[in-house]
Design a protein around this ligand. Structure first.
Ligand code: 13P
Ligand code: SF4
Length: 299
C-alpha cells in the first residue's frame, strides 16, 4: 500500500466512512474501496451500508442514488465534475410531452439519469435487471429512457411489449465498432465475446453473452478456463483480474468521467468531508420511489 492509500485508510477509519467504487474506477481507487461493483450492486450496498458517511467513487448519478437511498447520511462525491453524459441527455419538458402523448404508459428509466429526471419516472433499472423490469411491468407499451441501445436490446428480449425509446447514448460504448471486435475475434478465434448492452446493436449481435459489468465478472468466475473478449470500459478488466487472475482481452474503451476520480481527490474529500451530494428534500423524496420500486422488483 502506498502512502496515499495508507492515509486514506487512516482517514476512513477516523471519520467512520465507507468507500464504494464502480467497476470502471482506476485500479488504485478500486483498491482503497470497501465495496466495488456495478451500479445495481452499489445501489444495494448503499442501502445496507453501516456507516454515517459514504464516499462514492463513480459518476454523479451513482452518488446521487446513494444519497437518495440514504438521505440521513453524508454522501461525498470526490469529484462533482465526474458526470455521465448520457444521464444529461434527458430534457424534462420533452419527457413531460412524451408522457402526455402516451397517457398511462409507464416510464422505465435506466439508473443513468439525474435525480431530477427520476422524479418524473415510474421505475428505474440498471443494465443488470433492465430486461426483468420491463418484462414484469404492467401494460403493453413502455417508455424507456435514455439509452437507445439498451432499449433496443430489451426490445429484442421482450418482443411482447412495445418500447418507445429515447435517442440517448453512451459515447464510450457507442464508439466501440463491430470491426474492432471482429478483429479481436480474428486474433483470438476461441475467445468468448462479452458485450455491455450500451453498445451498438451490431456489436451486441457479435456477443456470446450480453451482460452488465457484474455479469461479466460472474461469467469469468464460473469459467476461468475460457478466453474472453470483454466489450465494455477497460476498468472492469482490472476488477476481473483481481478477482479471478484471468486477463481478459478488451478494446481499451475509456470513460473519461469515471477516470476523473483519483486517490488524491478521495483523500481530500475525506479531509474536507466534502463535496457532499446535495439534493433538495423534494427531489430526495420523489426520486426515491422509482429506485425502491426497482429494488422491490428484483431484490
Ligand atoms: P453497470 O450497470 O454495468 O455498472 O454499468 C453502468 C454504466 O455506466 C455502464 O456504462
Ligand atoms: Fe455514463 Fe458511459 Fe461513462 Fe457509463 S461508461 S458512466 S454510461 S458515459
Amino acid at each position: 500500500m502506498n502512502d496515499l492509500s495508507q492515509e486514506i485508510a487512516r482517514l476512513k477509519a477516523e471519520k467512520g466512512a465507507v468507500i464504494l467504487a464502480h467497476n470502471y474506477q482506476v485500479p488504485e481507487v478500486q483498491d482503497v474501496a470497501d465495496i466495488t461493483g456495478d451500479s445495481l450492486e452499489l445501489a444495494k450496498a448503499a442501502v445496507n451500508v453501516d456507516a454515517d458517511t459514504i464516499v462514492f467513487c463513480g459518476v454523479d448519478f451513482m452518488a446521487e442514488t446513494a444519497k437518495i437511498l440514504n438521505p440521513e447520511k453524508v454522501v461525498i462525491h470526490p469529484d462533482p465534475d465526474s458526470h455521465c453524459p448520457m444521464a444529461c441527455m434527458i430534457d424534462i419538458d420533452e419527457l413531460k410531452r412524451l408522457k402526455d402523448d402516451n397517457p398511462g404508459v409507464p416510464v422505465v428509466a435506466y439508473v443513468n439519469t439525474t435525480a431530477e429526471t427520476k422524479v418524473h419516472v415510474d421505475v428505474c433499472c440498471t443494465s443488470a435487471n433492465a430486461v426483468d423490469v420491463v418484462r414484469n411491468i404492467e401494460g403493453e407499451k413502455v417508455i424507456f429512457i435514455p439509452d437507445e441501445n439498451l432499449g433496443q436490446f430489451i426490445q429484442q428480449m421482450v418482443p411482447e411489449k412495445e418500447l418507445i425509446l429515447w435517442p440517448g447514448y453512451c459515447h464510450t460504448h457507442r464508439d466501440i465498432t463491430a470491426d474492432e471486435v471482429k478483429e479481436l475475434k480474428k486474433e483470438n478465434p476461441t475467445a468468448f465475446i462479452m458485450v455491455h448492452p450500451e453498445c451498438r446493436p451490431e456489436v451486441v449481435d457479435l456477443a456470446n453473452f450480453v451482460f452488465s459489468t457484474s455479469g461479466m465478472l460472474r461469467q469469468v468466475e464460473e469459467h476461468p478456463e475460457f478466453t474472453y473478449i470483454m466489450v465494455t470500459e477497460e476498468g472492469l478488466a482490472y476488477k476481473i483480474y483481481k478477482e479471478t487472475n484471468v486477463k481478459v482481452i478488451h478494446t481499451g474503451a475509456l470513460c473519461p468521467n469515471m477516470k476523473k476520480i483519483t486517490l488524491e481527490k478521495v483523500r481530500d474529500s475525506l479531509l474536507n468531508m466534502g463535496p457532499e451530494v446535495d439534493l433538495s428534500d423534494e427531489v430526495l423524496e420523489r426520486a426515491r420511489a422509482p429506485i425502491e420500486r426497482m429494488l422491490d422488483y428484483v431484490g
